[in-house]
Ligand binder design. Structure first.
Ligand code: AMP
Length: 303
């Protein structure tokens, strides 16, 4: 296990990558905000298997946080991240400063229309413009062969796929299934805000998706019925979601019956001793065997 090289500036990153390219090495890229966990590690391991070198970026992007959101409080755990990166085969960590990413004359904003206005976008105005701006900048800096994103942030993945396609970006966007705790809770850097009670309540989120998944696998295709089953589990746990909706995986438009791939997406606030913790999660309803296996796995964890 070799320790990853840490590069702190755009210029240093490009020097490093020029040398890797000269040697003919393929490059995999995993952009993150740090506070790494097993979910990030799954992306890093996949990148390391599929590419000669893996570049991890750690950058808490101020442009994707709203004025009332947790930017200052976002967990920063560089030493622990370094250990996970080394164990996951990362060759290089790009760890830039805000000033290096956004010099004072920076004026550009990247926007994918419509897709960023529904689901999370309806409650976090401008969030996805911040995501697309930083991710396109990072993709341009790294010019990787492959870049890896988690299905946990399904709307983000859909928007980034659209952006890469529309703007003919040469990097291949690769989706990685959500990594979950034993009881089904999707791993997230924000889970560390939950106390024991909040952690217990949070289980209802994957359980609600599992209830809908069970119905889907039994042949139910009505969005109304699938959403109602999920909602019932949340309300039994005393929860009311910020949103819970079934949408097309490609266009994010609302779905009435599942006749092509659809995503059931949920956002749920869970109380903590300090500020409420916002959790997001989703499941994909599809005829594809691999995606159905993911549903069965979630159902068995959520019992
Ligand atoms: P973040 O650091 O939260 O911006 O996440 C960086 C990347 O890790 C994104 O592509 C996320 O979708 C992905 N990710 C976060 N949590 C998980 C998870 N539980 N399973 C799979 N991917 C994840």
């Amino acid at each position: 296990m070799t320790s990853p090289r840490i590069v702190r500036s755009r210029a240093e990153l490009q020097t490093y990558l020029r040398e890797e390219r000269r040697m003919g090495n393929s490059v995999g890229f995993v952009p993150t905000m740090g506070a790494l966990h097993e979910g990030h590690a799954a992306l890093l391991r996949k990148a390391s298997v599929e590419n000669k070198v893996t570049v991890l970026s750690i950058f808490v992007n101020p442009k994707q946080f709203g004025p009332k959101e947790d930017l200052a409080k976002y967990p920063r755990t560089f030493e622990a991240d370094l250990k996970i990166a080394a164990e996951s085969g990362v060759a290089c960590i790009f760890y830039p400063s805000v000033e290096d990413m956004y010099p004072k004359d920076f004026r550009t904003e990247v926007k994918v229309k419509e897709l960023g206005e529904v689901l999370c976008g309806a409650f976090r105005p401008g969030h996805f413009d911040g995501v697309t701006t930083v991710v396109l900048l990072l993709l341009n800096l790294v010019m990787a062969d492959n870049a890896y994103f988690g299905m946990k942030d399904f709307q983000q993945l859909t928007i980034l796929r659209r952006m890469a396609l529309d703007l003919a970006h040469p990097t291949c966007i690769i989706a990685v299934p959500t990594v979950r705790e034993g009881d089904g809770l999707a791993m997230s850097s924000r889970n560390r805000y939950l106390d024991a009670r909040g952690r217990d309540v949070a289980r209802a989120v994957p359980q609600s998706l599992a209830a809908a998944a069970k119905l889907f696998l039994a042949g139910e295709t009505s969005a109304k019925a699938l959403c109602a089953a999920a909602r019932r589990v949340l309300s039994d746990a005393g929860l009311e979601p910020q949103y819970l909706e079934l949408r097309s995986t490609s266009t994010l438009s609302e779905v009435v019956t599942v006749d092509e791939d659809a995503v059931l997406a949920v956002a749920q606030f869970v109380e903590t001793p300090t500020t409420p913790c916002r959790l997001i999660d989703n499941v994909v309803f599809s005829k594809e065997a691999e995606l159905q296996q993911i549903l069965r796995d979630l159902i068995s964890r959520s019992k």
